[in-house]
Design a binder for this molecule. Structure first.
Ligand SMILES: Cc1cc2nc3c(=O)[nH]c(=O)nc-3n(C[C@H](O)[C@H](O)[C@H](O)COP(=O)(O)OP(=O)(O)OC[C@H]3O[C@@H](n4cnc5c(N)ncnc54)[C@H](O)[C@@H]3O)c2cc1C
Length: 359
């Protein structure tokens, strides 16, 4: 996928060939249980694959993270037998990709205040509202939609598995992104979307719990991807510094250039180990919410620093898209924003450490 990444980025072209490869070779089912046709991979294996995809092209990685980490994982964790039978085989084969619909135009960091509604009418729910910045929104077969079934606050929100071909489910692609330019990101209109009552995932009122548990896995996956992107930045800047000569010597021989490289090398290792720690806790059945926040916060910020250092090492050549480093910086930039901004991660970590909420 790496050779096509620059062209796809330049043309805002969806990486269809890479997705076809992920489907053909079974990666879209990597962590889905074997009984549903998936690979049954453990969390560490998942992190290794996501790191490599993040190293190759974060656009491709994001398709898989959302599909597996946020949506299939939630169905595996919260779904009834019927919901698992209905969706997981299709998700494992790539027939249905998943998208995760939490963010709304006026509700990002504080999803407990979201406004989309799901009104019970006999044995159906009627969903209305609007979601924004939804990865895979235009290509997914199933959407995990959070909507309000009760009063204000987190307890009034429920989660639904909505087939994306349901009338009234209307994705509108978002263009002009700073990075992840070849990734599918959409605004979703939900206009009288009627789903059967058994589309409810978990119980009424569980929606924010469903979303937060999904985000624990999403943050682990994002940390793995950021590690991969930073690893790529490290490799590219090292190789360039070894070849590029100024003052009659390779620029890698200058201590200030080595500082950029060595700082990045340390941060890549730290990000990787924080990520593996999340996977290890998960594999041992322990709580990993705090570890996931720490890994996501550190790895995302480290990936921005790594890509920025790579641009610096490339000098003026880092500023044109003949080289990958500008794209790395633009792709890295969103990772401190989504799945909980860096500020939100700091508040979550601060609350866990002090016992006091600063939200
Ligand atoms: C490319 C892309 C893909 C995305 N994919 C998805 C997806 O698939 N599904 C989905 O549901 N969402 C998705 N998102 C949305 C993303 O998760 C949100 O953008 C993010 O949660 C931030 O919300 P916001 O943009 O509304 O920013 P806001 O919440 O308005 O935040 C704006 C600023 O205020 C700061 N801030 C907010 N509250 C506090 C506080 N209490 N203390 C200190 N600072 C604070 C934030 O840190 C930030 O700097 C995506 C976004 C992008 C850009």
């Amino acid at each position: 996928m790496a050779p096509a990444a620059i062209r796809n980025d330049r043309e805002e072209r969806f990486p269809q060939e890479a997705l076809d490869g992920l489907v053909r070779d079974g990666w879209v089912g990597l962590t889905i249980a074997e009984e549903y046709g998936g690979g049954g991979a453990d969390p560490l294996t998942y992190c290794l694959v996501i790191e490599e995809l993040g190293r190759g092209d974060a656009n491709v990685r994001s398709i898989l993270s959302v599909h597996l980490g946020l949506v299939a994982g939630s169905i595996g964790r919260w779904g009834t037998d019927e919901q698992k039978q209905r969706w997981l085989p299709k998700m494992a084969s790539g027939e249905a990709l998943g998208c995760f619909c939490l963010t709304e135009p006026d509700h990002g960091s504080d999803p407990a205040t979201l406004e989309a509604t799901a009104v019970r009418e006999g044995d159906t729910y009627r969903i209305n509202g609007s979601k924004i910045f939804i990865t895979n929104g235009d290509i997914a077969g199933v959407a995990l939609v959070m909507a309000r079934t009760g009063g204000p606050g987190a307890r009034g929100v429920s989660a639904f598995l909505v087939p994306c071909d349901t009338p009234g489910f209307t994705p509108k692609p978002i263009h002009g992104k700073l990075g992840l330019r070849s990734c599918d990101t959409a605004e979703i209109g939900l206009d009288d979307v009627v789903v059967p009552a058994d589309a409810l995932l978990g119980q009424e009122g569980d929606g924010i719990k469903v979303a937060l548990s999904a985000l624990d896995d999403g943050r682990m996956s994002l940390a793995a991807s950021c590690t991969g992107l930073a690893q790529n930045a490290l490799e590219v800047m090292t190789s360039y510094a070894q070849q590029r000569e100024q003052f009659g010597k390779p620029i890698a021989s200058f201590q200030l250039v080595q500082e950029l490289i060595s700082d990045t090398a340390v941060e890549v290792e730290a990000a990787r180990l924080l990520t593996w720690r999340v996977a290890d806790l998960k594999m041992r059945g322990e709580k990993y919410t705090l570890a996931a926040s720490m890994a996501k916060y550190y790895a995302s910020e480290a990936s921005v620093r790594a890509a920025n250092a790579a641009v610096q090492v490339h000098g003026g050549y880092g500023y044109v898209d003949e080289f990958i480093v500008g794209k790395l910086l633009r792709d890295a930039r969103v990772t401190t924003l989504y799945e909980g901004t860096s500020q939100v991660q700091k508040l979550l970590i601060g609350r866990a450490v002090t016992g006091i909420s600063a939200f």
